[in-house]
Design a binder for this molecule. Sequence first.
Ligand code: HEC
Ligand code: HEC
Length: 128
Amino acid sequence: MKKKAVWYVAGALILGLTLLAVSCGGGAPSSAVEEEESAVEEEETAAVEEEESAVEEEEAVVEEEEEAVVEEEEEETVTVTADPMAIPHALEGRDDCLMCHESGGLAVPDDHAGRTNETCTTCHKSAD
Ligand code: HEC
Ligand code: HEC
């Protein structure tokens, strides 16, 4: 969006300068025309420089935004790997975790959907 705007401004500038050169330079003596041309060149250089610095600024903004996105993702990861609750009971005779934890008051949270009994103890360690 911003980049496009820069091009529009640059285009409008160049168009305006060309019209100026045509309307002022028409029929003028050749030395006047040369002066006019060098003035136009100078202005064009200034416009291009301005444009470049605007593009650099734009890039800096994009980089900052990317960094912000990365930080956000890192925060999400932290939430997911939050310390899983220790198992407050012995595991003997209780390897069918979901028999007791599939539903009811001790049901696993919604984010546990699809997790099988074999996976539970990779995250939850017995407190014993
Ligand atoms: C026979 C039923 C039963 C089985 C099988 C069982 N649990 Fe439990 N679990 C319980 C009960 C009852 C509690 C309540 C706390 C207590 O017993 O001290 C509990 C508590 C927990 C808690 C703590 C939850 C909280 O909110 O405090 C975790 C975590 C847990 N069990 C994980 C497991 C895992 C992992 C397995 C499989 C290896 C498993 N359980 C197998 C009955 C069971
Ligand atoms: C990828 C790691 C992971 C695996 C695998 C996993 N859990 Fe969890 N569990 C967690 C984390 C982290 C929490 C903390 C709460 C949350 O995620 O919402 C939790 C919470 C729980 C709780 C407590 C819910 C509460 O709020 O009282 C129980 C019970 C539980 N898990 C049982 C199980 C059982 C049973 C299995 C196997 C079917 C299992 N978990 C597999 C990571 C895991």
